[in-house]
Design a protein around this ligand. Structure first.
Ligand code: ZN
Length: 296
């Protein structure tokens, strides 16, 4: 006697994107499927960003990181496997491999090198950049490059940055130029120090990580990366409307309205979240930030 067959799933339950479609709408899914995001940093935040954007069906991610997977990454990097650590797999390749196994439609392009050394093709047709690095030289380079592109093309560029320490995580959404940029609060002396440290590092035959790693568990990175990915989806979905009309899509709710210039900071031990707007500095150390965008 054969066992009873389970009932067929209710209508819509056999569609991977059914609930996403109900949340954002069909047009949003179509836009996400043809969008491309540059993700700089394939550490804990980069892992979570790829996870979220892969699950909503993003078209492509260009993933940049010069590091390889090590055993101590495994407490918070959801797409790394013990075999990646044993084989010292480059972080972007490890993420691409696992993402492929999970069946997401996203094409993950890998660049196992610092952002300062990625080829021109990585920058092509980028709709949004996500920065998850803890290196001020890379942060400065990325900021300068995106502002330069904006002035070259007459279109502002969008960037979402995540940062964290032992007891906090923080993220912000930037329009470059428009909102405060990543270096608006730097002094000329601080910038000179960043450049000098980099010069000293590149003189070394082998780069040695000088900073002690701060304590961190996956709950912190998951929280901040979820806020970042949420803003990323809104920006990507609304960008075609913004480019053609100058305004973000209006709706009955705020699911598609990005929070440009807003800094969201979570103090983990205090169970506290603060929200503030970063002030643009008219005397920013980055000249491209000070110049208004001239449209062609
Ligand atoms: Zn600035």
């Amino acid at each position: 006697m054969s066992e009873a067959q389970p009932p067929p799933p209710p209508k819509g339950h056999s569609d991977r994107h059914a609930r996403t479609r109900r949340y954002f709408g069909e047009r949003a899914l179509e836009t996400l499927a043809v969008s491309r995001v540059l993700v700089v940093g394939a550490g804990a935040v980069g892992n979570e960003i790829v996870k979220h954007l892969g699950m909503v069906g993003l078209g492509a991610i260009a993933l940049v990181d010069p590091d390889v997977v090590v055993e101590s990454n495994l407490n918070r990097c959801v797409l790394f496997r013990p075999e990646h650590a044993r084989a010292k797999t480059p972080k972007p390749a490890a993420i691409a491999e696992t993402a492929g196994q999970l069946g997401w439609p996203t094409r993950v392009e890998t660049y196992a090198r610092p952002i300062e050394e990625v080829p021109h093709e990585a920058w092509r047709e980028i709709d949004l950049t996500i920065c998850g690095v803890d290196d001020d030289h890379a942060r400065h380079y990325l900021n300068m490059h995106l502002l330069g592109f904006a002035h070259e093309t007459g279109y502002s560029r969008f960037l979402i940055e995540g940062a964290m320490g032992a007891d906090f995580t923080q993220m912000r959404t930037c329009e470059l130029p428009g909102t405060a940029c990543l270096v608006c609060n730097w002094t000329p002396e601080y910038l000179a120090g960043v450049m000098e440290r980099r010069r000293q590092q590149t003189c070394l035959e082998f780069f040695v990580e000088a900073r002690a790693a701060f304590p961190s568990i996956s709950t912190q990175t998951s929280w901040v990366a979820a806020q970042m990915a949420s803003e990323a989806i809104k920006l990507l979905v609304g960008l075609p409307t913004y480019r053609s009309t100058g305004t973000w899509p209006a709706g009955d709710d705020n699911r598609l309205r990005p929070h440009l210039g807003v800094v969201l900071r979570s103090e983990t031990p205090q169970h506290d979240v603060q929200r503030a707007t970063a002030m643009r500095n008219p005397r920013c150390v980055e000249p491209f930030c000070r110049e208004p965008l001239s449209t062609h």
